[in-house]
Design a protein around this ligand. Sequence first.
Ligand code: HEC
Length: 171
Amino acid sequence: MKYTILLVAAATMAGLVGLIAPAPGHADGEPAPYVTEIPQGYRDWKWISSAHEAGNLNSLGAVLGNDVAFNAFREGKLPYPDGTIIAALHYRNIPSEENNKIFGRVQSFVPGPPTNIQFMIKDSTKYAATGGWGFGHFQDGKPGDAAFMKSCFPCHEKTKATDLVFTHYAP
Ligand code: HEC
């Protein structure tokens, strides 16, 4: 009996400490960690889906995944396991003059100049402060700054049911 009470007290204390302790990367207002190096070999990864964004962005994107990501997407495995890396390659969406000459009208759009590459890396320990995902954004090979990188998690958090990932596997 005495031990039970002690155990409950100890567990309560541990719980309180857990609540009070700041989330990793958030101590003293320190920014949450994000991805600052481009993962190697991403251009050889498998295609998961594509996305076109109209409006000012006018972008054409390809979403690729490493093997861990690809298998999780295909099997509908949630949450995504540690080691998952998703790459979103973005290009300007431009009409293809070459193709449109053949069609006789503007109907073919292709990737123009690259605009940016974004990554999501699953590491539930390192990136615990941002839902287990490390976000990366690279323009001309350079990572986005901390202020810019703050925007990723709050928006991706809106798709909690799919572990912060918007893209669906295109069969
Ligand atoms: C305003 C909301 C919003 C913000 C901010 C945002 N994203 Fe996204 N992101 C999306 C949506 C919606 C998609 C899926 C549609 C698409 O790809 O265009 C997406 C797709 C992605 C993907 C492909 C995987 C997936 O979740 O579908 C990656 C990788 C990604 N974003 C990284 C980032 C990074 C890095 C940042 C911060 C620099 C960021 N995003 C900021 C909404 C957002």
